[in-house]
Design a protein around this ligand. Structure first.
Ligand code: AP5
Length: 231
């Protein structure tokens, strides 16, 4: 039976995608969220939306994101807390790019407890730096739907145009080569400590993110099934 036809049951918790920039968090988080019919919550997308609308948060976040630095915890936490209180999150949700610091993870744990959720599942996307650079510099995103392509590994049928809706494919400002170093540094300094944080809690499942999109998807499906079976 094709993967997408299998009945998957309920998620009823937070699923967290943890991994460096370009590891495939967004690509896979969208698939799992659709499979479980729960929201895909990308803090990067939420912040880019604030920037596009020039909100006070967007104005603060813009220069930081353009330099490849993290947005301060206090701003991100408020944005996330407001989002997961909405009714569409009552059966769980998939985080992509959150939490990104130990402070964010601790706060999330508290929020989830307060809202009656069990402990989250955490998928750690493991991949080497050389592949990340190829993936980040090759990424193009549909301006309309956010669909993710890659000029090297996942090209659209027509260059610069989304296969699904004909939208223009654009390169993110922080995907320029000079910003990749600072983004990777921020990951190693501020986000990588979450690997041992969640491992100690017994919530971490490692996935080889260097494989093909389909193989990674299969690995994640098995990981989520085994974590759900073990709870
Ligand atoms: P965010 O938008 O979260 O970016 P990121 O973490 O840097 O991750 P990316 O979106 O670059 O990569 P991805 O892992 O999602 O990979 P993708 O699936 O696109 O954050 C941006 C900024 O916002 C941060 O720098 C920070 O400033 C701020 N921010 C966000 N959240 C924050 C937080 N919680 N706290 C503070 N600040 C925050 O794939 C990449 C490419 O590879 C694509 O082209 C794709 O087609 C291709 N690809 C994917 N999988 C495969 C595969 N298996 N094989 C071949 N190609 C593949």
């Amino acid at each position: 039976m094709a993967l997408e036809q299998r009945p998957v049951g309920k998620l009823d918790r937070a699923l967290i995608f943890l991994g460096p920039p370009g590891s495939g968090k967004g690509t896979q988080a969208k698939v799992v969220a659709a499979k479980y019919s729960v929201p895909h919550l990308s803090t990067g997308d939420m912040l880019r939306d604030h920037i596009a609308k020039s909100t006070p948060l967007g104005l603060k976040a813009k220069p930081l994101m353009e330099r490849g630095e993290l947005v301060p915890d206090s701003l991100v936490l408020k944005m996330v807390a407001e989002r997961i209180e909405r009714p569409d999150c009552s059966h769980g949700f998939v985080f992509d790019g959150f939490p990104r610091t130990v402070t964010q993870a601790q706060y999330l744990g508290e929020l989830l407890r307060r809202q009656g959720f069990e402990q989250p599942f955490v998928i750690h996307m493991v991949i080497g730096t050389a592949l990340l650079i190829r993936r980040i510099t090759g990424r193009r995103t549909c301006k309309v739907s956010g669909e993710i392509y890659n000029v090297y590994d996942r090209p659209p049928k027509v260059e610069g145009i989304c296969d699904n809706d004909g939208g223009e494919l654009i390169q993110r400002p922080d995907d320029r080569e000079e910003v990749i170093g600072p983004r990777l540094n921020a990951y190693h300094k501020q986000t990588a400590p979450l690997v041992s944080y969640y491992r100690r809690l017994g919530l971490l499942h490692e996935i080889d993110a260097s494989k093909s999109v389909e193989e990674v998807e299969q690995g994640i499906e098995q990981a989520v099934a085994s974590m759900r079976g073990a709870r």
